[in-house]
Design a protein around this ligand. Sequence first.
Ligand code: FES
Ligand code: MG
Length: 608
Amino acid sequence: SQNPDYDLSTPIPPDSTGLRQSLTSYGDAHFSLFLRKVFIKALGYSEDALSRPIIGIVNTYSSFNPCHANIPQLIEAVKRGVQLNGGLAIDFPTISIHEAFSSPTSMYLRNLMSMDTEEMIKAQPCDAVVLIGGCDKTTPAQLMGGLSANKPILHLVTGPMMPGSHKGVRLGACTDCRNNWASYRAGTIDIEEISAINNELAPTAGTCGVMGTASTMACILVGLGLMPFGGASAPAVSSARLRIAEETGGNAVAALKRDLRPQKLLTRESFLNAITVLQAIGGSTNAVVHLMAIVGRHLDTELVSSINLDTINEIGRQTPLLVDLKPSGDNYMTNFHNSGGMLALLRELRPLLHLNAGTVMGGTIGEQIDQATYIKVPRRLSCIQPFHEPLYPASSLVLLRGNLAPGGALMKASASKRRSLLHHSGPAVVFAGSADMAKRLDDPDLNVTENSVLVLQNIGPVGNPGMPEAGMIPIPRKLASKGVLDMLRISDGRMSGTAGGSIILHISPEAANPSSVLGVVRDGDIITCDVENCRLQIEISDEEIRRRIEKRKAEVEDSRNTETGVQPSWIAREKIRGYRGLYMRSVLQAEQGADFDFLTASGPGLSQ
Ligand code: FES
Ligand code: MG
């Protein structure tokens, strides 16, 4: 019998699947289908192959992306899984983003990747899609794009790299990159030794082996029900990873039959589960920005308005930190995997989870947990703590508000190295930007003590496009040399998921915005951080704040009329060409995920 997908004689229904989906517009729909078949046949497919459901595989392989080096093998395994289950697998490329090869920052390119992903899923005839990614920004970009495209999506991450070894001590990117570089700078290790360490920090393909952003996002994908339990932690180079890839191919065919589209599958409960996971793993602060961007792509306006930064605190208050991984703890992702990974963690978190949330594998997350084979790892060999014996009692990530951050700010309290700073008042030492900081931070005459609050302005989404991971301001040399390990540091930027300290990030509105309070902080202003009450205050009167802001706004407006001189980024962006101009004019603040206004489900009306 004729399959409607390649029967040219029948009318083409508007939302048909298979080869008939997303026809190129030539005016004549039948001719469009005819032409499509001409070209797909040039690839050697038979009529039988073309009659199957088509599962797209998004290929983000790049020779500039070692975190994705195993993708060719993964694609082969996904194809096997699709085709053993009656589908036809067709892979296609999108851009690939690696942290170290993305100037100015990988975050700058995340939204571009999400657009590429969304549009290629929509443009091409695939009925469901397997998204293969892994490095920090790639999985959020793929989920943002996939959610907006709204075909059934299944995530497959490339998996963590193995740890390396130096003098018998385990090493791994990238917490140990920072520690060892600091030792080299301090003269504790020499050039030969740091070179030897350089060979060992990323010894295999795969994503950073600690609880950085890549691992955090992988765990969150499991929490959202978009990936099987082992999917978050099986090493990139393991046979387990290949079996998960094959399973994902099969799952894609099944998800298509059940029409499990992400706009329907992902509910409020799914996101609550994801945030519970984020708090319990002591995850990356970057993941909060990504989650807000993902939520903003959801068409359910009630869901969008009910999941915001305050949800991070509400869930944080009841969620203990259970996973002992660097940078908060001592271990690597391979230890997490060998301790039972996400299945073991979700079993501990069971009382906090919304067990009725759906999964793309079919069934609810509660059913998945109950049905999975679980073999308990002896306590002394596990890096996952029991629920009642946490590493940190609650709120590893805290959202702060106050007159200095009306739109919110974020702190990874569990990573503080000087707990008194969690309740602290001190005078501000202000740097106007990264260049100013580089120039003055180590000046022996800098007026700073260990109780000062270091303030770095203008590293937010518009002020320094791409919102660099520069929020972990180094301790001024004259204090570091006296043994000061931690200070309260605040900015509108981000920090790497592999870093730690008493650091407040993502302050909104950012300093580049002429209406922001962060932009008018001055040396000596007293700043108070009160984690217990989630407050971040500047101790000056409302009237003084208003006066400073009015003055600054007038100066910024005046800069339009100057013929020479550098304009502030807020004004300059109006005339910048290309992607950079688009980025600076469209990017939202951190609490809206630093997405582009025109990409959110509600569109550009959601302005800054
Ligand atoms: Fe790719 Fe760390 S650089 S995950
Ligand atoms: Mg990172």
